[in-house]
Design a protein around this ligand. Structure first.
Ligand SMILES: *Cc1c(COP(=O)(O)O)cnc(C)c1O
Length: 357
């Protein structure tokens, strides 16, 4: 793949956040973006990097009406030795292709996708924040651009990648979160689009998340669409429980997102000879386990937070605490190991780290 690069003129560079200013998440965007077009019949063309700016779309572009869209999320960061690194970007590129297949969008060769990320990150490396655990968030996105209101897979597609500096997720400490168990709304049903990283899943989740926030909760825990009985995932993360010493997480049965961090956690736990089970988890088992202490830890896993300890679950008006709302031992061990590998303090035995330069 050949990428043409049009750099932003010096006097058109975007304003960088002040040093010391909290970066937040998804607020700042770097100088450049990657774009590539696709047409049914001729395939991908015109891979290019251009100054970050608005896209031009027909108001009838299919993505705006029927939501044919997918995305990814990963980070570039400075390792301890000053190298710019990516964590398992091949996993994100492969997952984008699985999401694409589900949403009738075209696949991208994994090596082209990674090459696009590398070229873009290298060009905008000055945007990678230096602060502890801060990073450059990378958002690959694919949208249906064909103009027309017929309901069918778009014959024209745009793939783009934008990036932007984000702050450390735990700027205020590794605090366990309060979770509301959602028993009215559902995120995804088996056979639906839950296992694809597609915008519509998030649109469907907004109302429940908004109501939970109003009641003072940080996230919602989704239950299965059929019975509201089995645990699925939490907000934008996969969920893990330590039940009677066993690390348990719901299986990838079609309605949950196959997280890269989830896979990393499972791989490490198995190496550490911790008993691991990917099996359906009943919400009642979680609630009674929290109450009687057989549930010793619960945590979410995802790229942004890496590991997010759960302090309590609230269900039908009753709140039960997990481990006295303190961060569990395994949660902390996993967090330290994964960030240690990412930053180069711990040997990268699995070749998870891709150096950009
Ligand atoms: C992206 C995402 C995750 C976490 O995936 P990672 O690859 O670990 O970042 C979990 N659940 C949902 C719904 C997601 O969109």
């Amino acid at each position: 793949m050949r990428i043409t690069v049009t750099q932003a003129a010096e006097n058109r560079r975007r304003k960088r956040p002040e040093s010391g200013e909290p970066l937040g998440f998804g607020i700042h965007f770097s100088d450049h973006m990657f774009l590539m077009d696709y047409s049914h019949g001729t395939g991908w063309r015109d891979a290019r990097i251009v100054p970050y700016g608005p896209l031009s779309l027909a108001p009838s572009a299919m993505v705006l009406h029927y939501g044919q869209e997918i995305f990814e999320g990963l980070k570039a960061y400075y390792a301890r030795d000053g190298a710019v690194c990516l964590f398992r970007p091949d996993r994100n590129a492969e997952r984008l292709n699985r999401s694409a297949a589900r949403m009738c969008l075209p696949e991208i060769p994994v090596e082209d996708h990674i090459a696009a990320i590398r070229t873009l990150v290298r060009l905008d490396r000055e945007w990678i924040p230096r602060g502890e655990n801060a990073s450059l968030y990378i958002r690959p996105t694919m949208i249906a651009t064909e103009a027309g209101l017929g309901v069918r897979p778009s014959a024209e597609v745009l793939f783009f990648i934008i990036t932007g500096p984000v702050g450390a997720y735990y700027a205020r400490g590794f605090d366990p979160v309060r979770i509301l168990v959602e028993d009215t709304y559902v995120r995804a049903a088996r056979g639906g689009t839950g296992e694809a990283k597609t915008g519509g899943n998030y649109a469907a989740s907004l109302l429940a998340a908004k109501k939970a926030k109003e009641k003072g909760f940080d996230q919602v825990l989704w239950l299965d669409a059929g019975h509201r009985r089995f645990v699925e995932e939490v907000g934008t993360m996969n969920i893990f429980f330590v039940l009677r010493g066993e690390l348990v997480t719901p299986p990838l049965s079609g309605s949950i997102l196959p997280g890269v961090t989830r896979d990393t956690v499972l791989t490490l736990a198995r190496e550490w000879k911790i008993p691991v089970a990917e099996r359906p988890v009943e919400i009642d088992e979680v609630l009674s386990g929290a109450a009687d202490g057989t549930l010793s830890e619960a945590f979410g896993s995802g790229t942004a937070a890496v590991i997010s300890p759960v302090g309590s679950f609230s269900c039908r008006g009753q709140e039960v605490r997990v481990n006295g709302s303190r961060t569990g031992e395994l949660s902390l061990r996993l967090y330290r190991e994964i960030t240690g590998i990412q930053y180069g303090d711990i040997e990268d035995r699995h070749h998870w780290i891709h150096r950009v330069e």
